[in-house]
Structure formats: C-alpha cells, structure tokens
Design a protein around this ligand. Sequence first.
Ligand code: SF4
Ligand code: SF4
Length: 409
Amino acid sequence: MCKPNLRDNNYEVNMKYRINQKNGDELSILGFGCMRLPTKAGIIDEKRAIKMIRDSIERGVSYFDTAYIYHAGQSESLLGKALQDGYRQCVKIATKLPPYMVKKLDNAKKIMLTQLEKLNTDYIDYYLLHMLTDKTMFDKMTELGVMEWLEEQKSKGAIKNIGFSFHGSKLDFELILKAYPWDFCQIQYNYLDENNQAGVSGLKLAHSLGIPVIVMEPLRGGKLVNNLPKEVIRTFKSVHPDWTPAEWGLRWIWNHEEVNVVLSGMSLEEQVNENIKIASDASFNSLSEDELKVFDEVKSIMNEKTKVPCTACGYCMPCPHGVNIPGCFSSYNDKFLLDDKLYWWKYAQTLGAFSAEPAFASKCVECGKCELHCPQNIEIRKELKAVAKTMEGIFFKPIVGAARKIMRI
Ligand code: SF4
Ligand code: SF4
C-alpha cells in the first residue's frame, strides 16, 4: 500500500483491487469520481474536498476520475492540489479530452497542456475521449490526427493509457470498440441499464477483447438511491434490512468479474465512508441466488412503472433517419420512473446533443421501417411522437442550439 508522507492516520485498509489485464495496474474497485465534489456558494469547497480525497487515498482508493469540463474546469485543479504532498504517486489519474471542443489538432494540444498544468503532474495515467456517442465522433478525431498525436504522447510517457467514455447505442459502442486498439473504456452501467447503452453485451464484448472496463453512473447520479419507488425499497429491505439501496446497486456491479473499477461521484463524507465499507466487502460472483432474485423483482416493479416496454434489443436499428430509438425510450422511461428533474439534460446527453448528428425522437419521419422488426410490437412512431413532445419541450431546442453554438458544433 502506497503511503503518502504527510499524515499518518493508520486507517485499516480493506480495499479490494482488481488487476488491469492490459498493463498490470492494481486498481481499487472503487474509483473516486470528481464531478460532484462538495461545493460552497457554487464553487468547490476546497478544504472539504481535499480532505475527502486524501482520506479516501489513505483508505485504499487508487483511481481518480475527472474531466476538463467538470465543475466548470475547477475539478482538475482541485484534484491537482489534493494530490500534492506525496499523494500523487499513490493514485492513477483519469481525465478526459472533450471531442466537441476539438475543431483542429491544436485545440487538443492546448487542452491537454492545460490539464497537465491544472493537475500539477507530468503525465496522465488514463486519458479518455469524453462522451463519445457515435462512431462519427471517433472518426472525426482520427481525421484531425488526434489519435495519432495521442499515441505520440503515449510513447513520450505523457499519457499512459488511451480510452474513451461512452453514451450511445449498443451498435455504436461495438463499432467504436472495434475501431481502435483501446487500452480501456468507460461505460454507464447499473442494474437499470443492464440492457441500455453499451449494456451487459458491451461489457462482455470489451472484456472478451481484453479491454478493461471502468463503470460510471453506478447509481445513476444518486437516482437509484434517492428517487426509487417505495415498493422497490420494501423489496430490498425484505432480504437485507441493513443494506442501503446504494449497497444493493454497488454490489450488483461488483458481482460482475468483467468490471475493473466502479466510479462513484462522492459529495459527502458519509458517501465516502459507506462506499469504502461496501467495496471492502464486495467481490465478483458473491451475490447469492436469493439476492440476485431481488433484482429480478425490483426490475419487474420498475417495468410496471415503465411507459414504453422497450427492452433495448436494438432490432429496430439503425433508423435511416438517425433516431436512436432505444435511447429515446430509455430516457423517456426514466423521466417517469425516477422523477428526474434534469431529465431533458440526460435526454440531450444520451441522444448526442453535442455530436454532429443528434439522434432525437423529433427526427423520426414516420416511415415505419423500424416497427417491422420490433419483437415487443411497440408502436414506435406513436411513442416517439410522445417522447419528442415530452422530452423536447419549447425550451429544449433553443437551449441545445445555443449550447451547440457556444461549442461551435
Ligand atoms: S419510423 Fe421513425 S424511427 Fe422508425 S425507422 Fe422510420 S424514421 Fe426511424
Ligand atoms: S426493436 Fe423494439 S424493443 Fe427492441 S430496441 Fe427497438 S423499440 Fe425497443
């Protein structure tokens, strides 16, 4: 265990680690996501955030995930400060290049230089193309020479591993995964998203290709803790009254041997404590049959509350007009299931609002081709109209349009 040199808290360290199959890195199964750090008056509460980060390192957390855009650019600087005084050598830093801000190679070069400065480090352990939603975004990075330049940085030691984070359809995940010899990838995965976005099939595919998988949104930004229907909480409690919804959610992910690290965006000291405690106890294939059955029950309760019975099988795809049909239905269902006030933002993000070709429901021209292939017999055209009406309200297009202009997309 790496010991930072300033403090000696003598924490008992029970963290579990999984070996990165590509490079032998020993990574804590719990990673610290630095996108929801504690704030005060709109800016990061520096003292608290630094203490949380350092405490977690001393208790065995060895993977820290940030991005150029988190906390409006403050997250990387804060992490850089927290990792002074001997903490840097104890951890792996992951940060991300936002492809939508890269119009020419020079943009990428400038961004990475700034990141190294903010992080106060000579190298980035895990560097990701941030939020790829379709293969076109990746192709653009290749055309601009970004991938070649990243490889140069890797050979010089400024980057240790090249990866990407993903929000999009299964098909696009597979295309991107196979288009480049990635060192790792990062996907959204939790018991509600078992078949959404990259899903379990994407997780298994990456693992079969020897590509380590970092999981983000294990609790859907807290929605699987704070916004669950009462019946779901009752079902969880009926088997383990002492397990919280967070514990159920995290244990479900760590039960998968294909997962290397689970990122949790922690804002409170209690979350750090709880997550570290769960991580010290969880391991793959550790859930019993009875415990796994609880998830079947929970999913069936959630399915009853689901508006469109889409299983995200993808048989209706690709839509010739670029609609991400399962992605539209998934965001739409979540709005009602999880009472998410920021549903429109999640919808925009999942449907590639900041890519060259967003895959919104409103792009449907009602040709009907997709309906011929849907095993659930969903009236896709009718449902997409409802999705567009609900999710793309009057302010949606002006806001997304303005954001795209600012980002020069
Ligand atoms: S009906 Fe709409 S969603 Fe379906 S294939 Fe045609 S344009 Fe695409
Ligand atoms: S074919 Fe039907 S169930 Fe499958 S993803 Fe498309 S809409 Fe959903």
